[in-house]
Design a protein around this ligand. Structure first.
Ligand code: C2G
Length: 138
């Protein structure tokens, strides 16, 4: 069984995330998503998510490509995760290209996939709320 892992916040789950998860799953038989916790997002990634960890986890667990969701609590856990979960392939969008090549030293294939260009969580928020946080059209 080929085991694949990917990491992220996955807030306001959208089709760009799904494109990534689908292609990641196509690389193996079992896909683990290491989901950034609320604390990790706020303190280390400077992200305030719309959905909580539990809500984002529930959404991801409903995605047919995802087999297991685990918490991503810090930047440093990846090397240990590769061994603890017997990972064969590590996958990220290419906005991270080169950032995790060190995982190859753990015997893991590292793959960066093209992002879905026109969509992002930030774009969704901006389109709905506008730049000044006003709801457009009201
Ligand atoms: N993604 C994508 N296309 C988009 C938006 C996101 O392919 N239009 C991919 C990203 O490249 C990433 C994954 O979807 O691989 C999750 O995106 P984010 O939730 O923004 O994750 P990020 O904040 O980049 O966190 O330790 C790694 C970090 O936790 C990654």
């Amino acid at each position: 069984m080929k085991r694949v892992i990917t990491y992220g916040t996955f807030d306001l789950l959208h089709y760009g995330h799904i494109n990534l998860l689908r292609r990641a799953k196509e690389m193996g038989d079992y896909l683990i998503v290491a989901l950034s916790t609320d604390y990790f997002n706020e303190i280390d990634k400077g992200k305030k998510t719309y959905f909580s960890y539990e809500q984002r986890k529930q959404l991801l667990e409903a995605v047919r490509y995802v087999d297991l969701v685990i918490p991503e609590e810090n930047w440093e856990q990846k090397i240990n995760d590769m061994h603890e979960y017997h990972i064969d392939t590590f996958v990220m969008g290419d906005d991270w290209k080169g950032k995790f090549d060190f995982l190859r030293d753990e015997g893991v294939d590292v793959v960066y996939l093209p992002r879905t260009p026109e969509i992002s969580t930030t774009k969704i928020k901006t389109d709905i709320y506008g730049k000044k946080g006003l709801i457009i059209g009201l």
